[in-house]
Design a protein around this ligand. Structure first.
Ligand SMILES: [Fe+2]
Length: 104
């Protein structure tokens, strides 16, 4: 079991910070799982196996979303950025630039 998600001495970090970092690590792992399934699905020739992997990937989307929602509830600025960037029509880069202005 690795503990390398910490870049500062874990004993000096608050419980809240350690939980936040754990959830960030989980978010990263869920994203990796989504990517791994994406690659497997793209190569799989057996239709039944492919459907199982697609279902598994859908569950990773849910895991990712739950982790992200938890984190956003901890960081108001991050949540504001996400609200200003996600699910918006138009140019993604322009939306992100506006999101930066609204947070500052
Ligand atoms: Fe997962």
């Amino acid at each position: 079991m690795g503990f390398d998600q910490y870049h500062e001495p874990a004993a000096e970090l608050s419980q809240k910070t350690r939980t936040f970092v754990r959830m960030l690590t989980s978010l990263t792992e869920e994203a990796e799982a989504i990517g791994w399934y994406e690659q497997r699905i793209s190569l799989e020739k057996d239709n039944a196996a492919k459907q199982i992997m697609e279902k598994a990937q859908e569950e990773e989307f849910i895991h990712f979303a739950m982790n992200l929602e938890f984190l956003l509830r901890q960081k108001k600025k991050w949540k504001t950025v996400m609200q200003n960037v996600l699910f918006k029509p138009g140019d993604i880069v322009k939306n992100s630039e506006q999101a930066e202005e609204e947070v500052e």
